[in-house]
Write a protein that binds this ligand. Structure first.
Ligand code: AMP
Length: 180
């Protein structure tokens, strides 16, 4: 079975061409490294663009969606497999079960929720699967500052903080996460 990367990212596309371009560069590097994709299953936003990239390369793409989202909007029509779940929590659990590694690209609160969950599970030892974020255009600088503050004030150990891998470029993220 191929390795699988779970990508969390915006259901919107955003307004930065640099963010879109760097997201696609990272997809290409993951594809070249042999990864299949697990993601939210939508056809819209940055997540749809990433899914298109994996599908065009012939990689398997698994979408995981709660029934409510399927009712509200179209799932991506090119998925290798669509897994339908009941709740958003079920969806995250399925994503975690099926994936080897988690990456957050720029996105909104849904993306933040997802990557914080996988990072926290890794940090406290429930899973042995790493989480990383692509900090294109300093997108996750605010998160980095918050983690530093948690460390500074004694709420987060340095070793635990460092389990969230942050990199400014796709190439650096691949290297820091040992994905190449
Ligand atoms: P957000 O970052 O708030 O745009 O939410 C995007 C993230 O939450 C993705 O990684 C998805 O897993 C999930 N998500 C939120 N909205 C949708 C949607 N309409 N379709 C599929 N997944 C979604």
């Amino acid at each position: 079975m191929n390795k699988r990367v779970c990508i969390f990212c915006g259901a919107n596309t955003g307004n930065s061409s640099e963010i879109i371009q760097q997201a696609l560069v990272l997809c290409d590097l993951l594809i070249a490294a042999g990864y299949d994709l697990v993601y939210g299953g939508g056809e819209i936003g940055l997540m749809g663009l990433c899914a298109n990239r994996f599908i065009a390369s012939g990689k398997a793409v698994i979408g995981i969606r709660p029934q409510k989202l399927i009712t509200d909007e179209n799932s991506h029509s090119g998925l290798t497999e669509l897994i339908v779940v009941e709740t958003m929590s079920d969806r995250k659990n399925k994503m975690i079960e099926l994936s080897d590694v988690f990456i957050a690209l720029p996105g909104g609160t849904g993306t933040l929720d997802e990557i914080i969950e996988t990072y926290t599970l890794h940090k406290i030892g429930f899973i042995d699967k790493p989480s990383g974020v692509l900090n294109t255009e300093g997108y996750y600088e605010g998160l980095r500052i918050l983690l530093d503050k948690m460390e500074d004030k004694g709420f987060l150990k340095t070793t635990a903080k460092n389990k969230l891998i942050v990199a400014d470029t796709p190439e650096a993220l691949m290297t820091k996460m040992n994905l190449v």
